[in-house]
Design a protein around this ligand. Structure first.
Ligand SMILES: O=C(O)CCC(=O)C(=O)O
Length: 337
């Protein structure tokens, strides 16, 4: 394979000035095919399991990845939700497969992230989200927020890069993201709990700029939307006839606070790890999730492989961390009249 190209100096400058960067061709669309295929297999397996339990009658197996889950959801919200929960990738649960890890650690992505972080020593978080935004279903509409709203306060001034990767062309019609540019250098805005679908929300009066200045982050399959953790963004409804599939991943310098290599010595029946674990794990920007070294020039032998990635996700999933970003935000969202 040829050495993947870094970003140009102009792209890096744009990212640091604007707080985001859209690169339309990080991947060949074919690079994402194995992930799409494995996700389709996971949907099929869960749909068949629901059928075996007598909960689902129509498999819709004739429909492709971009339409099948929407048809299942239309027949039964419960079945659609069950499949989404099975996929979403929360903590150690949800969908994980070598094809997912291959995207997280993909050399083409690492080259771009290294350009933005200014280092080849890169830590990723096992927190990733697979987002099936179904046509005309409100659940996938994400209100204004900064990713820092979900992270620990001691990481407010760190650089944590979100890579938002569409698995279909993301367009205005199918609910791509909106981004408020040049606002990422200030403090973390006031977030409120109780936004759409339980997400945190920055209400308009708390946004660092007029939301009418937002840019529309359309991005083709193969592209990546890069954002900082303090870049306000949201996403809009899907008015198309297909699912807007995407995955979002997070990366930071190995110098930024993290829990790489930290394992709980023991976990009791109630899911409590040893006290030393909680004391140390709170240094991470998002303590409930296992960080791991994903790319390194200095110590390539220390880079985490898929088997260890799975082990770390599973062991962190068992620990009941007391950290909740929601505790940072006291006020709940203004009810919509
Ligand atoms: O995929 C979306 O609609 C929103 C994604 C998002 O908010 C994020 O990646 O932080």
């Amino acid at each position: 394979m040829t050495t993947p190209s870094p970003l140009t100096a102009q792209q890096v400058q744009f990212f640091h000035e604007e707080g985001y960067l859209i690169v339309p061709d990080v991947f060949d669309p074919a690079d994402l095919e194995p992930l799409r295929r494995e996700m389709a297999v996971a949907i099929d397996a869960k749909a068949r399991a629901l059928q075996a339990e007598g909960k689902l009658t129509q498999l819709h197996a004739e429909l492709d990845f971009d339409r099948r889950l929407a048809a299942i959801y239309r027949d039964s919200k419960e079945n659609g939700e069950a499949i989404m929960r099975h996929l979403e990738g929360l903590r150690g649960g949800g969908f994980h497969a070598p094809e997912m890890f291959d995207v997280i650690a993909h050399p083409k992505l690492m080259a771009k992230v290294a350009s933005l972080l200014g280092t080849e020593e890169i830590v990723s978080s096992s927190v990733y989200r697979l987002r099936p935004k179904l046509p005309n279903i409100g659940r996938g509409v994400v209100p204004w927020h900064q990713d820092s709203g979900y992270l620990a306060t001691h990481c407010d001034k760190q650089m944590i890069i979100t890579c938002w990767i569409p698995l279909v062309d993301a367009t205005v019609e199918n609910g791509c993201m909106q981004i408020l540019p040049r606002t990422h250098r200030g403090e973390v805005s006031n977030h409120r709990t109780g936004g759409n679908a339980g997400f945190l929300v920055i209400e308009d009066q708390d946004l660092p700029d007029d939301p009418r200045k937002a840019i529309t982050a359309a991005c083709p399959r193969g592209g990546v939307v890069f954002m900082t953790n303090r870049t306000p963004h949201c996403s809009t409804p899907n008015y198309s006839d297909h699912i807007r599939w995407s995955v979002d991943l997070r990366y930071q310098s190995a110098e930024a606070p993290n829990n790489v290599g930290l394992w709980p010595e023991a976990i009791d029946a109630a899911g409590q790890a040893d006290a030393a674990f909680y004391e140390k794990v709170n240094v991470a920007c998002y303590p409930p999730e296992a960080d791991f070294l994903v790319h390194s020039k200095k110590t390539p032998e220390a880079v985490t492989d898929y088997a260890e990635f799975v082990r770390r996700r599973a062991v962190y999933d068992q620990t009941k961390s007391s950290f909740s970003a929601y505790g940072r935000w006291k006020q709940s969202a203004t009810p919509v009249k």
